[in-house]
Design a protein around this ligand. Structure first.
Ligand SMILES: Nc1nc2c(c(=O)[nH]1)N[C@H]1C(S)=C(S)[C@@H](COP(=O)(O)OP(=O)(O)OC[C@H]3O[C@@H](n4cnc5c(=O)[nH]c(N)nc54)[C@H](O)[C@@H]3O)O[C@H]1N2
Ligand SMILES: Nc1nc2c(c(=O)[nH]1)N[C@H]1C(S)=C(S)[C@@H](COP(=O)(O)OP(=O)(O)OC[C@H]3O[C@@H](n4cnc5c(=O)[nH]c(N)nc54)[C@H](O)[C@@H]3O)O[C@H]1N2
Ligand code: SF4
Ligand SMILES: [Mo]
Length: 724
C-alpha cells in the first residue's frame, strides 16, 4: 500500500506589510497553506505592534471572492482570461487611445498599499515614463502630501522625515494622532511606539494629546486638549509666539540650525494670542502653559499626523509642528526627532528624479509630490478636449471610498473607455472595471523595502520573504507593468535599449531554465544591497528575523539636509504667506443648517477601506456609527441607538447614533473606510458591504492650496433623527 507522508509544517519568518509598523511575523505553512500567523518574538525590532489584522492575513489570501485570474468584463458579467489576453487587449486599447488623445489620456491612481511593495511603484513608474503620461494620481492628497510639502520646503527633500526618539522623550505633544490605534504610523516605523511612550510616562514623562475627540490615546494622556477641527495651525502658531515672545527658544539652534528666524518672528509678532485661542477653541492660559512646559522639558517632541493634515490649513499645521521642534532644540537631540540614515540614501535617489512641471488640464494646478490632487480626477475624466482621461489604472486603491465626493468620482469612472484594476477583490472603486487583474499578497511576495529604510527608528533591515506561492494566475504588479511596456513597444523608464535587455534576460531564463535570470525586482534588491555600506546580501539573508545593524545615532541630520545653505528653513515664504491669509480670514462659522464638523477615527481592526469584511475582525460588530456629543444629542432630541441622517450639500448617509462625551460639542465622529462593497465577479453573488461611506459627504473642493488636500476631517454637516 502506498503511504502518503504528510509534508511537515514549515515556519517562515517575515514581516507584515499592512501598515508601517512592519511587525515581524512567524508564519506556519502546511501543504502550501498558511495555518497560523503569530508575532515573531525573535524579531529584534518590529513585532511589538502585532495585531489581529496581521494574524488574520491568510483570510484575505483565501478570500472566497478573491480574483485569482485576470477577468474581463463582457456585458454585465466577468469572464476569466489569460494574462496574455489581458496584456494584449489592454496594450492595444491604450495604444489606440494614446494615438488619438496623447499620453495624458491614460491616468493612474495608486493607493496606500503600493508603498509596501518594493517593486510596484518602481515598475509602474517605468511604464508611465515609457508612455509619457503625467496624469498621475495617488493617495497623497488624502493622506501625507502636507508632510512632503513641508519636508521639501524646510529640509530640501520631500522624503526627509525625522524619526521619533521615544525612549528619551520627557514630553510628548501628539497633535492629530491616535497611536494607541494607528501604531505610531504615518511615515515612520517606531515599533511599539505607543507602549514605549506609556513606559516613559510611567517614568515621569508627560503626554499631551491634541484632538477634538477623547480618543484611546487621549484617555491615557496626562492632558487632553479638545481642539476645534482644522484649527491646529492656530494652536501651534500661538505656542510658537509664546516661545519667541518669552525668549524660551533654543538660542544655539535658532542661530545655527534654523534659517529664516526673522521672518518667523515677524509672523509671530503679527499674530494675536487671544485671536488664535478663539480660533482653536483652547483657552489662552492653557496654550501659554503648554508652550512653556514644552519649551522647558529636557527631551520633547511634537508630532503631527493625519488629524492635522486632512484639512484646508493642514500644511500650515504640519509646518508649525516642525517649527516647534526646531526652535526648541528638538532636532537631532535625545528625546526629539532624529535623522536615521537607513541603508539606502533615499534622499540622494530622490534628487535624481527630474522635477516635472505638469499642469492639470482643467484647473491648471501643479503637481504635489509628483501627482495631481485626487479632487481633480472626476473633472479630468468628464471634461471633453485634448488630453481628456479615457483610460485609468487603479493600482491598490479605493479612492471612491477613501477620497472625497465618491459619488462624483464613481460616476466619472463609469464614463471611461477602459478601467483596469489591480487588486485582490473587486471593491467599490472597481465596479466599472473592464479588466480586473489579480495581485499577489505580501504573504506571497518577496520584498526589500529599501527606499523606506530611513523611516525605521534604528538601523534595521529585514528581507520580507514570501511564505507561500500566489495562486497560479495571480501576479505581482511589476510583472504586469513590465509586460505592458513591452507589448506597447515603448522604452521602459523612457530609456532606449532597456526593453531589448529585458527580452534578452527573459530568453536566457528560458534557455537556462533559471527563472531568476529574467530581469525583475530581485536584480534591483541585489544591486541595492551591494551598493550599501556595512551590510551584505549574505548577512541580510542570515538574519531571517530581521537585523538591527547599528545603534541609534545622533549627529547625522545637518549633513543630510538638502537645502543649499544646510539649514532648516523655518519660514518658507509660501507658508508664511498662507499663514497670513489664514490670520486675515474671519473665524470659522458653520454654514446654516450644517452646524457640525465631521471627524474621523480609525479602528484597530480596519485598514482604511479594506479588511472590514474579514471574518474574525470587529468582534463588536461590522458597522460604523454617528458618535454624537451628549449635549448636541440632547438638543437634537436624539437618543442612543436612534437612526440618524447625517447630511451635507452633496450627500446624506443614515446610521445609528451613539451618544458619547468623547467628541467635543459640535463634532460628530463617523469612521472612514466603511461602506465599500465587495463584489463577486466570479460567482456573481450579491455584493457584501458593511457600514456607510462618510466621505460621500465631503466635497472635493476647496482644497488646501499647498497640499491639495480637501477638508476630509472637518467638513460641515447637519444631523437629524430619521423618521421625524
Ligand atoms: N475622511 C477620511 N478619509 C481618509 C482618511 C481619514 O483619516 N479620513 N485617511 C486617508 C488615508 S491616511 C489613506 S492612506 C487613504 C487610503 O486610501 P486608498 O489607498 O485609496 O484606499 P485603501 O482603502 O487603502 O484601499 C487599498 C486597496 O488596495 C488593495 N490592496 C491591498 N494590498 C494590495 C497589494 O499588495 N496589491 C494590490 N494591487 N492591491 C492591494 C486593497 O484590497 C484595497 O482595495 O484613505 C484616506 N481617506
Ligand atoms: N488600525 C489601523 N492602523 C492604521 C491605519 C488604519 O486604517 N487602521 N491606517 C494607517 C495609515 S494609512 C495612516 S496614514 C496612519 C494614520 O495615523 P494617525 O494619523 O495617528 O491616524 P488616526 O488614528 O486617524 O488619528 C488621527 C486623529 O486625529 C484626530 N483629528 C481629526 N481632526 C483633527 C484636527 O483637526 N485636529 C487634531 N488635532 N486632531 C484631529 C482624529 O480624531 C484622530 O484621533 O495610521 C496607520 N495605521
Ligand atoms: S497591521 Fe497589525 S500586524 Fe500588521 S504591521 Fe500593522 S500593526 Fe503590525
Ligand atoms: Mo494613510
Amino acid at each position: 500500500m502506498l503511504e502518503i507522508t504528510p509534508t511537515p509544517p514549515q515556519t517562515v519568518h517575515t514581516f507584515c506589510r499592512y501598515c508601517l509598523a512592519s511587525c515581524g511575523v512567524e508564519v506556519t505553512v502546511e501543504a502550501g497553506r498558511v495555518v497560523k500567523i503569530s508575532a515573531d518574538k525573535q524579531n529584534p525590532h518590529s513585532w511589538a505592534d502585532f495585531c489581529a489584522k496581521g494574524r488574520t492575513a491568510a483570510q484575505l489570501v483565501e478570500h472566497p471572492r478573491r480574483i485569482t485570474r485576470p477577468m474581463r468584463r463582457v456585458g454585465d458579467r466577468y469572464v476569466e482570461a489569460t494574462w496574455d489576453e489581458a496584456v494584449a487587449d489592454i496594450s492595444a486599447r491604450m495604444s489606440a487611445i494614446i494615438s488619438a488623445g496623447g499620453p495624458d489620456a491614460v491616468a493612474t491612481y495608486t493607493g496606500n498599499p503600493s508603498g509596501f511593495s518594493s517593486s510596484n511603484l518602481l515598475f509602474m513608474t517605468g511604464w508611465l515614463d515609457a508612455i509619457g503620461s503625467q496624469n498621475r494620481y495617488y493617495v497623497g492628497s488624502v493622506d501625507q502630501n502636507a508632510l512632503h510639502v513641508v519636508a521639501q520646503a524646510m529640509y530640501g527633500s520631500q522624503l526627509f522625515v525625522p524619526v521619533s526618539d521615544i525612549d528619551n522623550c520627557d514630553f510628548f505633544l501628539l497633535v492629530g494622532a491616535n497611536p494607541a490605534v494607528s501604531a505610531w504610523n504615518w511615515v515612520e516605523t517606531v515599533p511599539g511606539g505607543w507602549k514605549r511612550a506609556l513606559a516613559r510616562q510611567r517614568q515621569g514623562a508627560r503626554i499631551v494629546v491634541v484632538d477634538p475627540v477623547r480618543t484611546e490615546s487621549a484617555e491615557k494622556a496626562d492632558t487632553h486638549l479638545a481642539v476645534r477641527p482644522g484649527q491646529d495651525w492656530a494652536l501651534l502658531l500661538a505656542m510658537v509666539k509664546v516661545i519667541l515672545d518669552e525668549g524660551l527658544e533654543h538660542r544655539d539652534d535658532c542661530r545655527d540650525l534654523a534659517g529664516g528666524m526673522a521672518a518667523l518672528r515677524a509672523l509671530a509678532a503679527e499674530a494675536d494670542l487671544d485671536d488664535l485661542a478663539a480660533r482653536c477653541g483652547i483657552p489662552r492660559t492653557d496654550i501659554e502653559t503648554l508652550a512653556r512646559d514644552f519649551a522647558g522639558a529636557p527631551g520633547a517632541m511634537a508630532i503631527t499626523r493625519t488629524g492635522v493634515s486632512l484639512h484646508l490649513a493642514g500644511t500650515i499645521g504640519e509646518w508649525l509642528g516642525h517649527v516647534l521642534n526646531v526652535i526648541t532644540g528638538r532636532m537631532d537631540r535625545p528625546g526629539g526627532r532624529r535623522f536615521e540614515r537607513g541603508y539606502v540614501d533615499a534622499l540622494k535617489l530622490a534628487a535624481f528624479a527630474k522635477p516635472v512641471d505638469h499642469r492639470s488640464r482643467v484647473q491648471g494646478r501643479p503637481m504635489v509630490a509628483g501627482h495631481h490632487g485626487l479632487d481633480e480626477l472626476p473633472g479630468e475624466i468628464t471634461t471633453p478636449g485634448p488630453g481628456q482621461i479615457r483610460v485609468m489604472v487603479i493600482n491598490a486603491g479605493n479612492p471612491v471610498v477613501s477620497g472625497p465626493d465618491g459619488a462624483r468620482l464613481d460616476a466619472a469612472l463609469g464614463q471611461l473607455d477602459l478601467l483596469v484594476v489591480i487588486d485582490f477583490l473587486q471593491r467599490e472603486s472597481h465596479r466599472h472595471a473592464h479588466w480586473l487583474l489579480p495581485a499577489a499578497h505580501w504573504l506571497e511576495r518577496d520584498d526589500l523595502l529599501a527606499l523606506t529604510s530611513g523611516l525605521h527608528d534604528e538601523p534595521y533591515v529585514q528581507y520580507g520573504r514570501r511564505a507561500i506561492d500566489p495562486p497560479d494566475d495571480a501576479r505581482e504588479e511589476w510583472r504586469f507593468f513590465l509586460d505592458l511596456t513591452l507589448a506597447m513597444k515603448r522604452p521602459f523608464l523612457g530609456i532606449r535599449g532597456v526593453n531589448g535587455f529585458v527580452r534578452a534576460t527573459r530568453a536566457l531564463a528560458r534557455v537556462t531554465r533559471k527563472p531568476s535570470c529574467a530581469f525583475g525586482p530581485h536584480w534591483i534588491d541585489r544591486m541595492i544591497i551591494a551598493s550599501c555600506r556595512g551590510i551584505s546580501w549574505r548577512a541580510v539573508m542570515a538574519h531571517p528575523h530581521g537585523w538591527v545593524f547599528g545603534k541609534r545615532e545622533f549627529g547625522h541630520l545637518r549633513k543630510a539636509l538638502r537645502t543649499a545653505d544646510k539649514k532648516i528653513h523655518v519660514a518658507p515664504v509660501e507658508f508664511v504667506d498662507r499663514a497670513r491669509e489664514l490670520l486675515a480670514e474671519p473665524h470659522p462659522v458653520a454654514p446654516a443648517g450644517r452646524p457640525f464638523q465631521l471627524a474621523n477615527s480609525r479602528r484597530r481592526h480596519s485598514m482604511n477601506s479594506w479588511l472590514n469584511d474579514i471574518p474574525g475582525l470587529h468582534p463588536s460588530g461590522k458597522d460604523n456609527h454617528a458618535v454624537i456629543n451628549s449635549h448636541d444629542a440632547a438638543a437634537l432630541g436624539i437618543a442612543d441607538g436612534d437612526r440618524v441622517r447625517v447630511f451635507s450639500d452633496i450627500g446624506a448617509i443614515e446610521l445609528t447614533a451613539v451618544i458619547s462625551d468623547r467628541p467635543r460639542p459640535g463634532v460628530v465622529i463617523v469612521d472612514h473606510g466603511w461602506g465599500s462593497r465587495v463584489f463577486d465577479p466570479r460567482g456573481g453573488a450579491e455584493p457584501v458591504s458593511f457600514g456607510v461611506n462618510r466621505n460621500l459627504l465631503v466635497e472635493g473642493s476647496p482644497v488646501d492650496p499647498l497640499s491639495q488636500t480637501p477638508a476630509l476631517s472637518s467638513a460641515y454637516v447637519g444631523i437629524e433623527r430619521v423618521g421625524l
